[in-house]
Write a protein that binds this ligand. Structure first.
Ligand code: ADP
Ligand code: MG
Length: 353
């Protein structure tokens, strides 16, 4: 059974110059954890609201499992979509206990008695808060409150769980521990999940696949490693991971996924799509693709930041000052900002787009 299918889904708000969601197509498999990653304002929340049924698409269609829930004529209301939602703000009722908060959507649907109690208890157990059932939200930490919100969503046994930046309000340490919990929670429920975030480390840590959004469009949908090593566009290359993009010449067609590139008279072999043609191209270079070396490409050190263990050094190639690259250097080998350096390219990726 399919989890969620979007076909050229478009949403333009009245008076907006461009659509907030622009012809987005996605296939999320049953049980898959898909992250939607992109900068603020790129349309992530709007996409989630379309899937939940709070917005109607201007064009395209949405299917949940084998049900058509939205197209030009159809609009299944949110309460009939069997979708659970967890927001960044936990949206808990302060005057209710944890158990009452978790049970609230069940009560509104007429679930009572033993079934009510067992579903509330089971949902709280999944998030490790079984003993907090009679406490008030105010007595819980931010991370615990987010887990209550998660339990409330789970109690409904939704076919699909939508999470909109659920960790955005938490500090870095809490975030890390909740990331672990999300992974366990996922393994226990097996629910299909759409997880929205602007934080690439969250998306990378959790998702089977990531859809990268930019200005309402999905630029690439792929496993985290593929996005990192073989970005489809310059936007994805810049947005995912460290490193940068430079302009190069590809003197001849790629051969078996390897391409020769030339930058300022220096040559290197990098990865490319098998059909990569000769011509001008942008090349994605990650820090591990570069090293300081006396026979390398002329560049200049811009700045260096200590990362714990190693330094991350920003360099620019001559003539491409607007395109910073990054490499790693051991303490004691870090160049001074402003000084000339030479950089050897040992790997990279010709961006096909
Ligand atoms: P994200 O969640 O990625 O930050 P949003 O989906 O919230 O992005 O917003 C995408 C675009 O749509 C933004 O330009 C935003 O201003 C606009 N937008 C979102 N909701 C509305 C609305 N209800 N009315 C008008 N414009 C909206
Ligand atoms: Mg948002």
């Amino acid at each position: 059974m399919a989890g969620l299918i979007l076909r050229t889904v478009t949403k333009r708000f009245a008076d907006a110059a461009a659509p907030a969601v622009d012809a987005v197509s996605l296939d999320v498999a049953h049980g898959e954890f898909l992250a939607i990653l992109g900068p603020s304002g790129c349309g992530k929340t709007t996409l989630l609201r379309l899937v939940a049924g709070f917005e109607r698409p201007g064009a395209g269609e949405i299917r949940l499992g084998d049900r058509l829930v939205a197209d030009g004529r159809t609009h299944v209301p949110p309460e009939d979509r069997h979708v659970g939602i967890v927001f960044q703000s936990y949206a808990l009722w302060p005057h209710m206990t944890v158990g009452e908060n978790v049970g609230y959507p069940l009560r509104t649907r007429g679930v009572r008695g033993a079934e009510y109690r067992s579903r509330v208890a089971a949902a709280l157990d999944v998030v490790g808060l079984g003993s907090a059932v009679d406490r008030r939200p105010a007595s819980l930490s931010g991370g615990q409150r987010q887990r209550v919100a998660l339990a409330r969503c789970l109690a409904m046994a939704p076919d699909l769980v939508l999470l909109d930046e659920p960790l955005a309000n938490l500090d870095v340490h809490l975030k890390a521990s909740l990331l672990d919990e999300f992974q366990e929670f996922r393994a226990r429920t097996g629910a299909t999940m759409l997880y929205i975030t602007h934080d690439q480390s969250e998306a990378m840590a959790l998702a089977d696949r990531i859809a990268v959004m930019n200005q309402g469009r999905v630029e690439q949908v792929a496993a985290p490693e593929t996005l990192y090593h073989a970005p489809a566009t310059a936007f994805v290359a810049d947005f995912i991971g460290r490193g940068g993009v430079v302009a190069a010449t590809v003197p001849q067609r790629a051969d078996q996924g390897r391409a020769l590139i030339e930058i300022a008279g220096h040559r290197a072999f990098v990865r490319a799509v098998p059909e990569q043609a000769a011509g001008r191209a942008l090349v994605c270079l990650r820090p591990e693709d570069l090293a300081l070396a006396d026979d390398g490409l002329p560049a200049r050190c811009r700045r260096a930041r200590y990362q714990g263990g190693e330094w991350l050094v920003d360099v620019t190639v001559e003539g491409q000052e607007g395109r910073p690259l990054q490499l790693l250097a051991k303490p004691g080998t870090v160049p001074e900002p402003g000084t000339p350096v030479r950089v050897r390219i040992s790997d990279g990726w010709v961006i096909p787009g």
